[in-house]
Design a protein around this ligand. Structure first.
Ligand code: COA
Length: 407
């Protein structure tokens, strides 16, 4: 009898007693050796995917065969989104058509704007976005069509509309009216335009474009897996994307970019950075924006995002955040051998760009929606219900006392 079992040895209780349950029967699998399992599913292979590959040996991320760093250097977010949905990079004609559709689809129905208007200003933008994305299903002409082509059309609408939802929701919470989308700007530029109500600088568009590329796809992470689980039940695309948004919000996942910036603000500057980290580690606190389940020698996306952060610091002349971040990073490396993930440089880059902190994770959504959709479509093309098992650790069966007899 393994010592971990919650069930007594069969010799220790009479099999005829009420507690002699099926579960405790000697032939029950629960009476045999505890099967191996991996908390947090670490290292578990939960499926096959042709979308991306996290190469922890060479510290690179390959998406549909292309190195993510090359994509940041030579492509727009729209090209990557197209590739995630259709399998390969677009030709110039295909990209023109894709961009035209995205621009046509940016406005959101008045009923959805009304949801944004009615939300309390205190609601976190991720909760607002999750609700609004879910509600967009009511107005989608393909809502009841679950074919791959319809799922791609629905995703393109979501990619187009999510920046509108994020910026309109934020502006309304500040007592400002939403800004009408800018037809001449792409995803990155239009998002910044609708947020600030003025045309962004070219370097700001470039920085946002890189961050959107870096955020678009990352294998079987928690939110992609949540989306796949929902899709595997034949839940619809909006439901699966909503699952992804809910899962991304947590601070151990996408919410870390906001948490990392709150931490940098709490640190207060480079002179306090080392002592703050040492104190936090002594208190066994997690340093937000550091660590990763897959990468143990550094996140492959960080060098590109750090370079962008430096570009923004150079452009704004404000080097404090970069210098503070470098000290936090060096202290974490020295003390724990733990490296930043992409959320850390993204956090202070967005801050230097004047983006309100509660919008960092929603902006992550505006990019990752393409990755989630790729996973949903792939899941449905080879679908089998995702339904793992668990080890029962609860009580053995006990007699049920009728309500009147319960003390
Ligand atoms: N700060 C301090 N210690 C950390 C740490 C961090 N950010 N990340 C991991 N560790 C430590 C843990 O305390 C643990 O130490 P222990 O073995 O002495 O208890 C060890 O490293 C393993 O951490 P664990 O949380 O079990 O690893 P994981 O693979 O389950 O977690 C994360 C990965 C991402 C959840 C984790 O690194 C984390 O919480 N990071 C902060 C949140 C964040 O930035 N998330 C965004 C991820 S892209």
């Amino acid at each position: 009898m393994p010592s971990h079992s919650v069930f007594p040895k069969t010799s220790e209780f009479p099999l005829t007693a009420p507690a002699a349950t099926i579960a405790a029967h000697p032939e029950s699998p629960l009476m045999s050796e505890k099967p191996a399992y991996s908390p947090g599913l670490e290292g578990v292979i939960a499926g096959e995917s042709a979308i991306s590959y996290i190469d922890t040996t060479l510290n690179r991320l390959i998406i549909r065969g292309y190195d993510l760093v090359a994509l940041t250097e030579h492509a727009s977010y729209e090209e990557l989104a197209y590739m995630l949905l259709y399998g390969d990079l677009p030709t110039a004609t295909e990209l023109d058509s894709f961009n035209a559709t995205l621009r046509q689809e940016r406005t959101v129905p008045e009923e959805i704007v009304s949801i944004l208007r009615q939300a309390p200003a205190s609601v976190h933008p991720m909760s607002l976005l999750r609700t609004a994305v879910s509600a967009l299903e009511f107005h989608d002409p393909d809502a009841t069509d679950h074919s791959t082509q319809a799922n791609i059309r629905k995703t393109i609408r979501l990619i187009a509309k999510i920046p509108t939802l994020i910026t309109a929701g934020h502006r309304l919470s500040q007592g400002q009216e939403p800004v009408v989308p800018h037809d001449d700007l792409g995803q990155a530029g239009n998002l910044l335009y609708m947020l600030h109500g003025k045309e962004p600088q070219a370097y700001e568009i470039a920085a946002m474009n890189v961050s959107l590329i870096l955020y678009a796809e990352h294998g079987f992470n928690a939110s992609a897996f949540a989306s796949r689980v929902t899709a595997s039940t034949l839940g619809n695309l909006h439901a699966a994307i909503t699952s992804g948004i809910g899962t991304l919000a947590g601070s151990l996942h996408g919410g870390a970019n906001e948490a990392a910036m709150e931490m940098l603000l709490e640190i207060g500057g480079k002179d306090q950075a080392e002592a703050w980290v040492l104190d936090a580690l002594q208190q066994k606190k997690k340093i937000m924006g550091f660590g990763h389940r897959e990468y143990k020698n550094g996140d492959s996306r960080v060098p590109s995002m750090k370079a962008v952060g430096r570009d923004i610091a150079d452009a704004t002349g404000d080097k404090d955040w970069v210098e503070t971040a470098d000290i936090v990073e060096a202290t974490m490396d020295r003390e724990k051998g733990i490296f930043p993930n992409v959320d850390f440089p993204c956090a202070y880059t967005y801050y230097m760009m004047g983006i309100p902190i509660p919008l960092y994770t929603p902006i992550f959504v505006s990019s990752r929606v393409a990755g989630w959709a790729a996973h949903i479509i792939e899941q449905l093309e080879h679908n089998r219900l995702i339904r793992p098992n668990h080890i029962y650790t609860g009580p053995e069966e006990k007699p049920l006392q009728p309500l009147a007899e319960r003390g």
